[in-house]
Each structure stands twice: as C-alpha cells, then as structure tokens.
Ligand binder design. Structure first.
Ligand code: C2E
Ligand code: CA
Ligand code: CA
Ligand code: CA
Length: 279
C-alpha cells in the first residue's frame, strides 16, 4: 500500500486492481450501450411440469460488449442500478420482450407469458404503470401475456406504496411473480396481502434439494405455502432429472433451468416453440 496523504491508502493488489479497473470500464461504457445497440435479450422457457409444455419465457438481458464479449447481468445490473441506467435499460428490455412475445403470436404459436424482471429503481417510478400500459399498447400484447418479476426486498422498502402499485398492475391484467422466493426476509403476513399470483423458489434451494435435507424442507414448505395461498409455483434452476422428479412429486407447477434449456436468443426459442412439448 502506498501512502496517499493522511489516512489514505491506495492498494496495489493486482487482482483487486484488475477487478476495479473492469468495473470502471463497465461503468464508463454502460453509458451509451443502449444507443450503440449493444444490449440483447435472451429467453429461457418455463415448463409446465405435468404437461411438459412451454408456458412462459423469462427475458434475461445481456450486454454484448465490443471487446469483453457477452457480459453477464450479474456484473452490469448492479452498476446500472447505481447509475439509474437501469431505468432506460429495463424499459428497453420490457419493450423488446413484449414485442418478441407478440411476434411469436403473430407467427402462429399459442400465446405464452413473457416474464420480465423489474428493478427496485423502476418499481419506484411514479409513472411505472403508465409506462407499462403504453408498452402493451404499442406492442399490441395482451396484459395477461405479460408477467413482472419483483422481489420481496424492494417491496418491503415501502409496503403501502408497493401494495398500491402491485394492485394497479394486477388491475391491468398483468401477472406478478415474487422472484428468488425464500432468500429475502419473507413476511408471511405481507405475502398474503401482496396481490401476486406466482412464487419462484430460489435456485439455491432447488440446487441441493437432493443432497441437503434442509433445502428439501424449505422447498416443500414453499410449495405447501403457495398451494394454501392459491399461488402458482415455479422452481428455478432445475438442472437434473432427479430434481425435476422431486418437484413433480411435490406438486410444483412449473420449472425453469438448464435441464430444459439455458437462456438463448429468440431465434432458438422459435425453433423450440415448433415442438412445444419438452421431454
Ligand atoms: P434471476 O431473475 O433470478 O434470473 C435467473 C438466473 O438464473 C439467470 O441468470 C439464469 O441464466 C440463471 N439460471 C437459470 N436456470 C439455471 C440453472 O439451471 N442453473 C444455474 N446455475 N443458473 C440458472 P442471468 O441471466 O445471469 O441473470 C442474473 C440476474 O440478473 C437475474 O436473476 C436478475 O436478477 C438479473 N437480471 C437479468 N435480466 C434482467 C433485466 O432485464 N432486468 C433486471 N432488473 N434484472 C435482470
Ligand atoms: Ca427473475
Ligand atoms: Ca430468480
Ligand atoms: Ca436471482
């Protein structure tokens, strides 16, 4: 460490320095990435665990960086959130995903839901509901074919306001999913009051459902909870046949994960939709 004036140290750990440099590069170049057409939307199917039909697609954003290649959202979404760039990026993802879902319908495929992640910053926008209904009008997508994924952590930041926004979104006919369920500080009392219709069991539980009795117990409890509240239930991160069979046996409705498909570009999904039953 090199002394930089009073109580200020600059560290020269090569790894930290490289990480920091990359973050600064990403931060600088994220400005204008949308305008340069560097953002892409990938899609991952959600499968009905009984009929094996494709019920929905989750839209997952990617950044095609000119030199770094495909950058994961886990790397750039936190930066975008810190800079409020998530607002235009999130709106672009919504518009792109709704337009793509409408295009699949116009191509003759049976209507499915498109599920889009909302960030806390977007959820705080005073005109969120207007923006979304505008996008639905523009893309001519029915509200019932759109699902928004929210997380408990940001709903809990201002419960009354969240309740109001969720209610307005439900009144439009949009489906609402609680994402990463089980990882937040789930208040069962609010869960009952939030007008959501879907729970998504976090991947971390599904991942070791076969090896860790605690994860299996949490998974079972979440499925039972969803059933008693009459919410649909999706398991994230299904990677093996064993996990699939376990979830089927427990009565989980839908699954999503590498076992069925990784997130892929729209044209690959179009090929999958030609054979809508996934075995
Ligand atoms: P998420 O919403 O929980 O999305 C699911 C993540 O799990 C995706 O990572 C997906 O690729 C990954 N995944 C799905 N199935 C499996 C599996 O079987 N095994 C494993 N190991 N992973 C699986 P991805 O695409 O890297 O996205 C990461 C996170 O970035 C998302 O987590 C979400 O929080 C955020 N994100 C992605 N797109 C958007 C977006 O458009 N807007 C916002 N606000 N956040 C987004
Ligand atoms: Ca999600
Ligand atoms: Ca999730
Ligand atoms: Ca997650």
């Amino acid at each position: 460490a090199k002394r930089q004036g009073r109580n200020q140290f600059q560290f020269y750990s090569p790894e930290i320095n490289a990480q920091l440099r990359q973050r600064l590069t990403l931060e600088n170049e994220l400005h204008g990435a949308l305008e340069r057409n560097e953002m892409l939307v990938y899609y991952q199917p959600l499968i009905d665990l009984h009929s094996k039909q494709i019920m929905a697609m989750e839209a997952l954003v990617r950044w095609q960086h000119p030199t770094l290649g495909l950058v994961s959202p886990t790397k750039f979404i936190p930066i975008a959130e810190a800079n409020n760039l998530i607002v235009p990026i999130g709106e672009w993802v919504l518009r792109t995903a709704c337009a793509q879902n409408r295009a699949w319908q116009l191509a003759g495929f049976s209507p499915i839901r498109i599920s889009v992640n909302l960030s806390a910053r977007q959820f705080e926008l005073p005109n969120l509901v207007e923006i979304i209904s505008q996008i639905l009008q523009e893309t001519e997508l029915e509200a019932s074919n759109l699902e928004l994924e929210v997380t408990e952590s940001f709903l809990m930041a201002d419960i009354e306001r969240s309740m109001k926004t969720l209610k307005q979104l439900r009144e439009l006919g949009i489906s609402l999913a609680l994402d990463d369920f089980g990882t937040g500080y789930s208040s069962l009392n609010y869960l009952k009051r939030f007008p959501v219709n879907m729970l998504k069991i976090d991947r971390s539980f599904v991942q070791d459902v076969m090896t860790n009795p605690d994860s299996a117990a949490v998974t079972d409890a979440i499925i039972a909870l969803a059933k008693s509240l009459r919410l649909n239930i999706t398991a994230e991160g299904v990677e093996t046949q064993e996990q699939l069979e376990y979830l089927q046996m427990r009565g989980c409705d839908e699954g999503q994960g590498f076992y069925f498909s990784r997130p892929v570009p729209a044209d690959i999904i179009t090929q999958m939709l030609r054979q809508p039953v996934v075995v």
